[in-house]
Design a protein around this ligand. Structure first.
Ligand code: NAP
Ligand code: ZN
Ligand code: ZN
Length: 387
């Protein structure tokens, strides 16, 4: 079964009107050898969608734009070189849809750092991008019939067309609306926890209990660490403990860091407002040679701090970008196993529509979500689901 020639999505035209979604058709990338066509079923709403449509990270590279990069759907057809998927299979897609498949990063399970990556939305496509047998220099911009550059469009939409490396098989026992937010939020925190060797005997703090942070509590606990949730108000204490935190700290208290000096081997910061943080306080909570690791990407730069903050405990500061396919498959395996024991994320659903998208992004912007919204009801909204 082929996907339609044009896809349909809920789109934003202007960052000044970031709550005004309109349902419109758009031209997807050309169907190429490594592509998988997917009929979308639901999609999570990430903080990054809000940064993009509000212009917090800069102006739109193309307009209108369809955001969304936590997609679950069903395979409709596969390109001639696709090996691992068949029509009918349930799959997921995260925040990346293509990489070069030929650089050192792509060849070492670090394709999430490929310099030729294509983000799931607002990134330009090249012809034969992601085809390892075509040299990068020979991959020219992909244009539509009017000669305009084709950009990637995200998952608040009827269909997705994605390179098979960035399509993931979904374990049968995980409901779609629960697994959707794992495609970006889940992976983005799983990858740094894994790479930091988080496990039994390690003390980990998770800062910012939003979509990303709440997954981090679940994973860190499942990996066997002693976990502390750090939140900027006391409001989330009960749910943070329910999600797996052993301890809760409110960073709203002025000297909150003092009792926790030298305590954490790894602090994972998933908060969105690090620009307002007193970095010295956070760094002071790191154990000797510990790390303060940023996945949150606020609109504003980090605040200034003295180099001396590194001197008191030899700690490091780092960051990361989503994760690799290898890590995604590991994370899904873990999620599937702990789901059987009743461990699952806290997900709200909103049916997709112009109003539903607007409500969802405003809830994220005002920190009212507990803890992730998944947009659902795609088949009804787009008249799909009949295959
Ligand atoms: N690196 C990557 O690859 C990657 C991937 C996905 C997303 N991101 C970024 O990660 C960040 C979090 O995304 P998300 O989807 O989890 O967003 P989210 O659900 O909105 O969570 C953000 C959290 O930040 C904290 N926060 C909000 N206002 C704050 C304030 N004034 N002071 C201190 N903390 C505040 C809140 O946690 P508390 O109430 O607990 O303090 C909030 O829940 C965003 O910047 C997003 O763009 C990065
Ligand atoms: Zn995201
Ligand atoms: Zn590459």
């Amino acid at each position: 079964m082929a996907a339609p020639e044009q896809f349909e999505g809920f789109m934003i035209h202007d960052t000044k009107k970031w709550t005004e979604f309109t349902k419109e058709k758009f031209t997807p990338k050309n169907f190429e050898d490594y592509d998988v066509d997917i009929e979308n079923e639901c999609c999570g709403v990430c903080g990054s969608d809000v940064h993009t449509i509000t212009g917090g990270w800069g102006e739109l590279a193309t307009s209108p734009i369809c955001v969304g990069h936590e997609i679950i759907g069903k395979v409709l057809r596969v390109g001639s070189k696709v090996k691992s998927f068949k029509p009918g299979q349930r799959v997921g897609v995260g925040a990346q849809v293509q990489s070069c498949m030929q650089c050192r990063m792509c060849k070492s399970n670090n394709e999430n750092y490929c310099p030729h990556m294509v983000d799931t939305y607002m990134a330009p496509y090249n012809i034969n991008g992601g085809n390892p047998s075509v040299k990068i220099d020979d991959q020219k911009p992909m244009k539509d019939s009017k000669g305009n550059q084709i950009f990637s469009q995200g998952g608040y939409s009827s269909h997705s067309r994605v390179h098979e490396q960035f399509v993931f098989p979904i374990p049968d026992n995980l409901p779609s609306e629960i697994v959707a937010p794992m495609m970006c939020a889940g992976l983005t925190v799983y990858s740094p926890l894994k790479r930091a060797g988080v496990g039994p005997g390690k003390k980990v703090a998770i800062v910012g209990i939003g979509g990303l942070g709440h997954f981090a509590l679940i994973w860190a606990k499942a990996m066997g660490a002693e976990v502390t949730a750090i939140s900027h108000s006391p409001n989330k204490k009960d749910t943070a403990l329910q999600l797996g935190a052993d301890h809760f700290v409110s960073s709203g208290d002025k000297n909150f860091a003092k009792p926790h000096a030298f305590e954490y081997d790894f602090i994972l910061n998933a908060a969105d407002m690090t620009n307002e943080f007193d970095i010295a306080q956070y760094m002071s909570m790191c154990n000797i040679n510990g790390e303060f690791h940023n996945v949150g990407l606020p609109d504003q730069p980090l605040p200034q701090f003295k180099a001396q903050v590194f001197a008191s405990n030899g700690a490091k500061m780092g960051g990361s970008h989503i994760g690799s396919k290898k890590e995604m498959l590991e994370m899904l395996d873990l999620a599937s196993k702990i789901y059987e024991k009743g461990v699952k994320p806290m997900i709200e659903t909103i049916d997709i529509s112009e109003k539903g998208c607007s409500e969802a992004v405003q809830k994220v912007k005002t920190n009212k979500v507990r803890y992730r919204v998944t947009l659902t009801g795609f088949h009804k909204a787009f008249g799909t689901g009949k295959n």
